[in-house]
Design a protein around this ligand. Structure first.
Ligand code: HEC
Length: 148
C-alpha cells in the first residue's frame, strides 16, 4: 500500500471512530458541542465579514477559514438520531431527508476551499464575492434544516 493510500485509510478509520463516539455520547453533550462549534463558526464568519467590509488584508482571514473547515469535517455525524430533541434548533427534516441534508453539507466544502484560495490571493473584491458565495451555502442548509 502506498503511503498516500495508508494515510487515506487511517483518516477514514479516524472519521468513523469519531462518528461512533458522537453517536454513543450523551445526547445533551453532543448537542452542546455542535452548537458551541457552530457559534465559533458564526464568530469567524462575522470577522470575515468585517475584513470584507473594510477591504482589509484578506490573508489574515486564512486561519479563520481553516478553523471553519476543520470544524465541518464529518459534520453530519454530529447529528446522531438521539439528538433530535432537547436544546436544539435542528429540524426533524435532518433525519427524514438526510440525503438532502448531506447534499447541503456537500455544497459547503467547495465554497470554503474557494474562499481560502481567494483569501490567500489577497484580492479584496474577489474575497467579498467568495465570502458571499460561501455564506449562501450556510443559508442553503439553515433554511430547510434549522429552526428560526
Ligand atoms: C449542512 C447543514 C449546515 C450547514 C452547511 C451550516 N449549518 Fe449552521 N447550523 C445547522 C444546524 C442544523 C444548526 C442548529 C444546530 C442545533 O441547534 O443543534 C446550525 C446552527 C448554526 C448556528 C447557531 C449556533 C448556536 O448558537 O446554537 C450558527 C451561528 C451557524 N449555524 C452558523 C453557520 C455558518 C456561518 C455556516 C456556513 C459557514 C453554517 N452554519 C453552515 C446546519 C448547518
Amino acid at each position: 500500500m502506498s503511503i498516500k493510500r495508508m494515510f487515506a485509510a487511517a483518516a477514514a478509520i479516524g472519521l468513523v471512530t469519531l462518528g461512533a463516539a458522537w453517536a454513543q455520547g450523551d445526547p445533551a453533550q453532543v448537542i452542546r458541542e455542535r452548537r458551541e462549534g457552530l457559534r465559533a463558526v458564526g464568530q469567524h464568519f462575522e470577522a470575515l465579514g468585517a475584513i470584507a467590509q473594510s477591504r482589509g488584508d484578506t490573508r489574515a482571514a486564512v486561519p479563520r477559514i481553516e478553523a471553519v473547515q476543520a470544524f465541518f469535517v464529518n459534520f453530519p455525524a454530529r447529528f446522531p438520531a438521539n439528538t433530535q430533541t432537547g436544546e436544539t434548533r435542528a429540524l426533524p427534516t435532518i433525519w427524514t431527508d438526510n440525503a438532502g441534508f448531506v447534499a447541503a453539507y456537500n455544497g459547503l466544502g467547495p465554497a470554503l476551499a474557494n474562499l481560502r484560495t481567494v483569501a490567500a490571493g489577497g484580492d479584496a473584491t474577489a474575497f467579498g464575492e467568495a465570502l458571499r458565495a460561501a455564506g449562501a451555502t450556510c443559508g442553503n442548509c439553515h433554511r430547510p434544516y434549522r429552526a428560526r
